[in-house]
Write a protein that binds this ligand. Structure first.
Ligand code: FES
Ligand code: FES
Length: 185
């Protein structure tokens, strides 16, 4: 008997479990868009170069066009559809709206997912390629425009909204810090 070319996977997306049978070659991106109608995540290059398909998998930024659906079995996946809490936008979404980070909207879902990952990675003290002092005891470096640009560099925007996107990430990061400090006080 020929080996099976499909498997059952359970994808936990935005807090909801979806069990489906997928061909082993199906990417997470295609499973989201074509099988589950979660079309907020966009397909740009389909080869890991543009960042349009970025989602969070177990809280980490992941380009979903390069991840197989079968490798996403039982993982926690967050897409742009899962960022808002009811009518309350995520601080990154609100900052993009207020500071005009949106333009064509095609790259925006990936930019938002990536920005949320950036803010968490930075808060956790992860260095970037432009961080000068990478010693763990140095803690998170200041989230300068250079740090934001470097950390967001996997997400391309062909219409040049970068300045507004960087400002939106900076504001959302500052708000998140303030909220965290407030909660800890
Ligand atoms: S569509 Fe995945 S990186 Fe471009
Ligand atoms: S806002 Fe989408 S490509 Fe620029």
């Amino acid at each position: 008997m020929a080996p099976s070319t499909s498997s059952s996977v359970t994808l936990n997306i935005n807090g909801e479990k979806h069990t489906l049978s997928v061909d082993h070659r199906t990417t997470l991106l295609d499973a989201l868009r074509e099988r589950l109608d979660l079309t907020g995540t966009k397909k740009g290059c389909d080869q890991g170069q543009c960042g349009a398909c970025t989602v969070l998998v177990d809280g980490r930024r992941t380009v979903s066009c390069l991840q197989l659906a079968v490798a996403s079995d039982e993982r926690e996946i967050t897409t742009v559809e899962g960022m808002a809490e009811g009518d309350r936008l995520h601080p990154v979404q609100q900052a993009f709206l207020d500071l005009d980070g949106f333009q064509c909207g095609y790259c925006t879902p990936g930019q938002i997912c990536s920005a949320i990952g950036v803010i968490e990675e930075h808060a956790a003290g992860w260095p970037s390629a432009v961080t000068e002092d990478v010693r763990p005891e140095a803690g998170p470096p200041p989230l300068t425009p250079e740090e934001i640009k470097e950390r967001m560099s996997g997400n391309l925007c062909r219409c040049g909204a970068y300045a507004q996107i960087a400002q939106a990430v900076a504001r959302a990061a500052a708000e998140t810090r303030t909220e965290t400090e407030g909660a800890a006080a």
